[in-house]
Design a protein around this ligand. Structure first.
Ligand code: ADP
Ligand code: MG
Length: 398
């Protein structure tokens, strides 16, 4: 789960990490009120969308008059930010962060990530802050420093000092940098982060080390122990289908093909997508309905799959281990009542009471006259689904 910059900065602030003073606003008059409460005579207005590269896309503006705070906020709210990370459709700005402008002398790149190969954390730093790290990796890879860190104990002062010196910092900046880096690593560990990126971390005119930007992603699997972070979830930033799926505890990822998949278990869902590909088809999604595939969940899963207009065939592949196949078949058929008649349904069940389950599907196919098919094996199911999808495409193209 990604946090907005203002949320991430709030989190850092609660650990005593220096970030500029500021506040979030959703209207221009709110923004003006925030600016008036802040010290100084220069403010930065920043679009709060889940994407980096906002600066270049017009999502970060420095202003020095109250009237400009108001005008710039009016312009920015509702505008679409388009960056490499948002795709062509861009992201609409619903909130802005108004903060004090910092007197920047030097911009540094600093981030923490999980390094799966070494089962450790890794800190990445560069004296060339402000530039995106992907760009830097291409144009000037020697400028990137990395340091392996423990995944359980916050980094030692010696590690921070070493990196500070490699970054060319001198005097009291060495210890200041090390202190901020250690606290950031503490946040990374305690909040179960996947990514914590400060770009830029800046040195100001008074030799303070300040986090000017903050990109934080927290491991979804750990959210149960971070209720405060979970409350920050912004559904407006997520794919609407994926939001719906998460409400019903379904894990759904949309894709480009025309065969919708409804499967129980992530492993089986992956295998289903593989076998569709093997027979020359393209899956429209990954969808795991989880262990207890009850009628309600199955119905929601159908609805979510069918919101994708590309879907011609739905392939249901369910292993009845805990739930019996005849019950699953009943649930699937009930839920399938809402599936439009021009779509095909291929059902492969296995497990307890599989014969009873298949018999129910076959009976239904006969009595309803709909294109519902019970397949014997996964291979049969995939082959049939691909065949039906191809036929449907041919028919559409006349
Ligand atoms: P993004 O990475 O999405 O482009 P940043 O928050 O990094 O957004 O802002 C882009 C640039 O704007 C920064 O590199 C910095 O130069 C400038 N900037 C951002 N916040 C402030 C601030 N509070 N004071 C002064 N300059 C800022
Ligand atoms: Mg940035």
């Amino acid at each position: 789960m990604y946090l907005h910059e203002f949320q991430a900065k709030g989190l850092l602030r609660s650990y005593g990490i220096p970030v500029p003073d500021g506040g979030v606003a959703s209207t221009a008059s709110d923004a003006l009120r925030v600016a008036k409460e802040l010290q100084g005579d220069k403010w930065v207005i920043k679009a709060q969308v889940h994407a980096g590269g906002r600066g270049k896309a017009g999502g970060v503006k420095i202003v020095d008059k109250y009237s400009s705070v108001y005008d710039t906020s009016t312009e920015m709210l509702g505008m679409k930010i388009i960056t490499k990370q948002t795709g062509e459709e861009g992201k609409t700005v619903r909130r802005i962060l108004v903060e004090e402008a910092t007197d920047i002398r030097h911009e540094i790149y600093l981030s923490f990530m999980v390094d799966r190969d070494s089962e450790q954390h890794v800190m990445i730093a560069s004296a060339e802050g402000g530039t995106e790290i992907e760009e830097l990796a291409e144009t000037n890879p020697e400028a990137i420093i990395s340091e392996k860190l423990s995944a359980v104990v916050p980094m030692g002062n010696y590690q921070g000092r070493k990196i500070a010196k490699m970054l060319g910092l001198e005097g009291k900046l060495i210890n200041r940098f090390a202190a901020v880096a250690a606290k950031l690593h503490q946040v990374f560990i305690e909040q179960d982060c996947m990514l914590l990126e400060i770009n830029p971390l800046v040195i100001d005119g008074k030799q303070n080390v300040i986090c000017l930007d903050a990109k934080v992603s927290v491991d979804d699997n750990a959210l149960f122990r971070h209720s405060k972070v979970e409350e920050m979830k912004d559904y407006g930033e997520m794919d609407p289908q994926e939001v719906r799926a998460s409400i019903y505890d379904l894990s759904y990822v949309s894709m480009d093909g025309n065969i919708g998949c409804m499967v129980n278990g992530a492993g089986l869902a992956m295998a289903t997508m593989d076998i569709i590909k093997f027979y020359g088809g393209e899956p429209a999604n990954f969808l795991d309905v989880g262990g207890g595939a009850d009628e309600n969940k199955v119905r929601e899963a159908f609805k979510i799959i069918l919101t994708d207009p590309q879907v011609k065939v739905i392939l249901v592949n369910i292993f009845g281990g805990i739930v019996r196949c005849d019950l699953i078949a009943k649930g699937v058929l009930k839920a399938a009542e809402e599936v439009p008649g021009d779509r095909h349904l291929v059902v492969r069940l296995d497990g307890t009471n599989v014969e009873e389950g298949k018999a129910l599907i076959n009976e239904h196919a006969k009595s309803s006259g709909l294109s519902v098919h019970a397949a014997d094996t996964m291979a049969d199911a995939a082959e049939l689904a691909v065949k039906l999808a191809n036929q449907a495409e041919d028919k559409e193209q006349g």
